[in-house]
Design a protein around this ligand. Structure first.
Ligand code: FE
Ligand code: FE
Length: 288
């Protein structure tokens, strides 16, 4: 499926917009005072709202199950890591090359910040891989099914989820079982038994699940699950082990959100380091 230039740009812009919105909601501690003055009435908010509305309406339990069936056999495409990185990078923004980073640079900023703090190789690599699942966009998925906060489906939507009011338009909200607090799940059943709204997190987790340590896999799988890692909205589904592992998700989160460096990373210079690192953990080609 080939997207037009306009579609590629729209996809890129939506991703940027959602990431900026997350930053607005969860600013870096020292930024808080400044962020308080942000103007929430500006027209860009309409686009943000509409994005969440679409996401909240369409991410039903049945939709998620159909996407799992469609993608989790990993039979879409086989690519070496760097080909996947370049494939994702076809989502670029040509409107403002000075302030916007391309996708590869976001991956590298995240992983380089992790590396600068002296973390182990698997952690650095996890940072580099964390958004590769966004290639879903290039397979023709709408942006609300690629990015956005993720949340459990098959049970009640928490009011701690951003713009939760839009769930009233989601058919699961009036479903006999899915609208119940526990829904199809049992108390503290563990997140591995829970279906999450469909997006780049779940997808990249499945692509990598045989290759990275569990801590890294939790980072990949739950990095957009803000209603849990920031608001503790789903403790009733989490096992003790999930809570242990979420310490790593929290550790990762600050690198994802707050690693914008003044100088963009030099992709060409860094590529050999990441290819060597990937060779230690990953097969020669990755199945998407
Ligand atoms: Fe992400
Ligand atoms: Fe990211």
């Amino acid at each position: 499926m080939d997207l037009t230039k306009k579609e590629l740009k729209e996809a890129h812009d939506t991703m940027e917009m959602w990431e900026e919105d997350v930053l607005t909601r969860y600013p870096e501690p020292e930024q808080k005072a400044k962020e308080a003055f942000r103007n929430y009435e500006d027209p860009a908010r309409d686009t943000v709202r509409e994005f969440y509305r679409q996401n909240h309406i369409h991410q039903t339990f049945d939709f998620v199950r159909s996407k799992e069936d469609q993608y989790l056999t990993l039979s879409k495409k086989e690519m070496p890591l760097w080909e996947a990185v370049e494939f994702l990078n076809t989502l670029v923004d040509d409107s403002d090359p000075d302030t916007d980073l391309d996708q590869t640079q976001h991956l590298l900023q995240t992983s380089e910040a992790i590396r600068a703090d002296g973390h182990p190789g698997w952690f650095i690599l996890t940072g580099f891989l964390h958004d590769l699942g966004k290639v879903l966009c290039l397979f023709g998925e709408p942006q609300w099914a690629v990015v956005g906060d993720t949340f459990p489906v098959g049970c009640q939507h928490s009011d701690k989820i951003v713009y939760s009011k839009y769930f009233s338009e989601n058919p699961d909200s009036t479903h006999q079982v899915y609208s119940e607090k526990m829904g199809i799940y049992s108390e503290n059943c563990g997140l591995d038994n829970v279906h999450m709204s469909w997006g780049h997190d779940e997808y990249i987790y499945h692509i990598m699940k045989d290759y990275l340590p569990e801590e890294g896999l939790y980072m990949l799988r739950y990095h957009s699950f803000y209603s849990q890692h920031r608001e503790k909205a789903y403790d009733h589904l989490m096992s003790r082990h999930d809570h242990e592992m979420f310490k790593w998700v929290d550790k990762f989160n600050k690198y994802d959100l707050y690693s914008k460096a003044a100088v963009p990373p030099n992709v060409k210079e860094l590529r050999p380091f990441y290819e060597d690192l990937a060779a230690k953990f990953l097969p020669d080609t990755l199945k998407f």
